[in-house]
Design a protein around this ligand. Structure first.
Ligand SMILES: NC(=O)c1ccc[n+]([C@@H]2O[C@H](COP(=O)([O-])OP(=O)(O)OC[C@H]3O[C@@H](n4cnc5c(N)ncnc54)[C@H](OP(=O)(O)O)[C@@H]3O)[C@@H](O)[C@H]2O)c1
Length: 347
């Protein structure tokens, strides 16, 4: 698994130009004379990737219990594309998106004892209201962060927080996955899935992952024991039964997965609208729950520890400078990313 800077799909050069050109709405909000400023990937309207503009904004200051972080790199997640286009959890724009951060502490707010300026940290800003890491600086609660693992650079560290916390909170905190149990991971080659495969293997589970056939070698490198090609096989056409299903696809996939659970098994879905799934689970007398990731210092420390022991590694399939963040959104929205895409802010 290596990090490459080559996007998997070419995108229109017009888009990068649009992101670079001044926002016709002007700076937002107005920056007082002499106040410290920063560049951010900002939007003043909902819409396609072209609404993202590199915009000068006031540099935030850390409040009580917060740290100001100079962002080196920031992961991109499907929730970024979704919130760029629609008001899901956040109020309408103006908005700066981004929940993943890896960077250096610049300043600490009142009461912070865990970090000091100069510390290298990584974390997930409180989801959903704490977004803002697709910028040169961001503030967040100190306890959303952990020390960045020494052995990895900011790009790999920035790829981890939201996706790895989701996998950890689903498999460990919610499903209590144990050695010897069998787990099915849908979309196993994606951001959440490729980290979930590694976490499940670390727990000693037997792992089956769904992905298109060209990605099966990748899944096996991560440790998957069995792979299902969702394009040519019906994943329910099996005698296999699972203790845990991690579903990052929702809809019919979630509902049909219920029938593959052993008595006492649990399906953790990451998507909303699971009414049919819950009804199917009730009928089958198994559990089906919907998880929404939470910022979580204990989880971040557990993830850092796995990274330091060489048991967890983010695969970064593309990096994009902040000014070209719109291109990252275009690529991510294809829904076929292998591992993660990361926005780079400082080298
Ligand atoms: N509730 C929460 O807290 C939470 C947290 C994180 C993510 N999510 C949601 O979970 C979903 C996945 O997130 P992510 O970051 O993992 O996304 P992602 O990285 O964009 O996922 C891309 C992967 O999905 C695979 N895929 C697409 N269709 C598939 C199918 N029918 N069967 C199996 N694999 C398929 C692709 O593999 P191929 O190229 O082989 O098609 C690709 O590798 C998103 O909808 C996201 O919003 C929710």
């Amino acid at each position: 698994m290596t990090s490459t800077d080559t996007p998997e799909n070419p995108v229109s050069p017009d888009l990068a130009a649009a992101a670079d050109s001044p926002d016709p709405a002007g700076p937002d909000p107005a920056v007082p004379d002499g106040a410290p400023v920063m560049l951010a990937l900002h939007q003043t309207a909902l819409g396609g990737p072209e609404v993202l503009r590199l915009t000068e904004l006031p540099r935030p200051t850390p409040g009580i219990g917060e740290i100001l972080v100079a962002v080196h790199a920031a992961g991109l997640n499907p929730t970024d594309f979704k919130h760029r286009a629609m008001s899901i959890f956040l109020p309408p724009p103006p908005l700066t998106l981004g929940w993943d951060v890896s960077g250096t502490v610049v300043e600490t707010g009142y009461g912070v004892t865990l970090f000091q300026p100069g510390d290298e940290v990584f974390g997930m800003l409180p989801y959903p209201y704490g977004a803002g890491s697709h910028a040169e600086y961001v503030t967040g609660p100190a306890r959303a962060f952990a020390a960045k693992p020494a052995g990895i650079d900011h790009v790999r560290a920035a790829a981890l927080p939201l996706a790895a916390l989701t996998a950890w909170q689903a498999l460990v905190d919610t499903a209590d996955l144990r050695a010897g149990q069998r787990v099915l991971i849908h979309a196993a080659a994606g951001g959440v899935g490729h980290l979930a495969v590694q976490i499940a293997k670390e727990r000693g589970a037997h792992v089956t992952g769904t992905a298109s056939a060209p990605k099966h070698d990748f899944l096996r490198e991560l440790g998957a024991d069995a792979c299902v090609d969702y394009r040519s096989e019906d994943f329910t056409d099996t005698d296999e039964r699972y203790d845990v299903v991690l579903d990052a696809l929702g809809g019919e996939t979630a509902t049909r997965s219920v029938g593959l659970l052993r008595p006492g098994g649990i399906l953790v879905t990451l998507l909303p609208g699971a009414e049919d799934t819950r009804a199917a689970a009730e009928k089958a007398q198994v559990r089906a729950v919907t998880l929404l990731v939470e910022h979580d210092q204990a989880g971040m420390r557990a993830i850092a520890e796995l990274v330091e022991r060489g048991r967890l590694r983010a695969h970064v399939s593309g990096t994009f400078p902040l000014a070209e963040g719109a291109r990252a959104h275009v690529q991510g929205e294809t829904g076929h990313t292998t591992g993660k895409l990361v926005i780079t802010v400082r080298s």
